[in-house]
Design a protein around this ligand. Sequence first.
Ligand code: NAD
Ligand code: 13P
Length: 416
Amino acid sequence: EKKHKVTIVGSGNWGSTIAKIVAENTKQHNDLFEEDVQMWVYEEDVVIGKDSKYYDASAGDKPQKLTSVINHHHENVKYLPGITLPSNIIANPSLVEAVKNSSILIFNLPHQFIANVCKQVGGHILPFARGISCIKGVNVTDDGVSLFSEWIGDGLNIYCGALSGANIASEIAAEKWSETTIAYDPPPMDNSRNPSPRDGSPNPGITVTDLQALSHKDCRGRTSKTKLTALPAEYPPLDHDCFRALFHRHYFHVQMVSDVAGVSLGGALKNIVALAAGFVDGRGWGDNAKAAIMRIGLMEMVKFGKEFFGETVQSQTFTETSAGVADLITSSSGGRNFRCAKKAVEQGISVDEVEQKELNGQKLQGTTTAFEVNSFLKARGLEKEYPLFTAVNDILLGNKDVNDIPNLVATVTDGA
Ligand code: NAD
Ligand code: 13P
């Protein structure tokens, strides 16, 4: 009987919070998972100042490696300060070492860095590993738009689901109650769909000797080019129950669904809307204006999903799950995209400048997503069909002003 080894790829504000959740659960469910959780850390030097409880007079102001600070003090002092991490989280600066022999890979880093990360881990993971992407963003190339869950899966030849929700990391790290949505829909032949063998009976699923290429449908209903390798029978099935055991906490309630496209798109597109909410709030227009932005934004999110992932996406994922409307609301109330956009308008500076000044290395996803989605829409002559997404990009580029928003989205409000 083997247990699943888990690696978190990424250790930022959300990466460290998810690592905390997962490490608490691997300890609790140590019949399913190895207790130690690897967390890949993009290594950097940190200075532990005099005002920190970890200040060491003998080291003084000498920079220290973030990984050794995390492993020594069990706190990510840079990206999740003030939160004690479980001691079974092992911070690892080597990506290749961190993913070695792990059957569950959780991708949790700003979307601009994922390409480079996948390039490095390719060929170093278990062929039957499965992934969960916690990344909120979409991958736009000349060929079109794709989901990071699929892009990671195709790049690494594994199946990858998605986790997204109304999940401001600092609240969850402080164990304040929230919900999340996990979309996981592997092909039906996958061993993960078969009953657990942990009752002592032989696993009726695929055995190691049967390892074979499994074909499956992608989020546009096409046969995926990725040929999956089945999970060996001696592992506990990687099914919805297993992922619920890995992520559900009393303060972090998990809803499992199958709509990977809806969950991924909800998390990515709401970041554009949250910027718009910040713009109008910064302008001093109040809650009515913000609600109007959220309403129009939600319509554009659903439209985008239906138009480009219509074969699998479900409108209810946007309107009923934590990954949809709930994330839109929380992000437009207190997310970083919202806060930085608001400050940018109040101070008359760019959102990028606020990000640099205020976030201490944390990264906004909305600014790049607005640009990427716009280049995708522009290439197809569809900018006018998505007036709010287009307005946000134009404001970020300085081509339009916040005062223009009501007129820019007027076709939507007038036509409704
Ligand atoms: P973050 O904003 O804290 O980003 C900083 C991270 O990026 C750090 O771990 C840093 O080491 C890393 N980094 C910097 N340069 C790098 C490089 N060149 N290569 C690789 N890594 C580098 O990150 P986060 O908040 O953990 O966000 C990860 C994902 O989770 C994003 O897609 C975000 O939208 C999503 N998310 C964030 C929150 C939140 O509240 N923070 C909540 C839900 C989802
Ligand atoms: P920000 O990246 O804007 O902070 O959003 C966090 C988030 O995704 C909350 O669900």
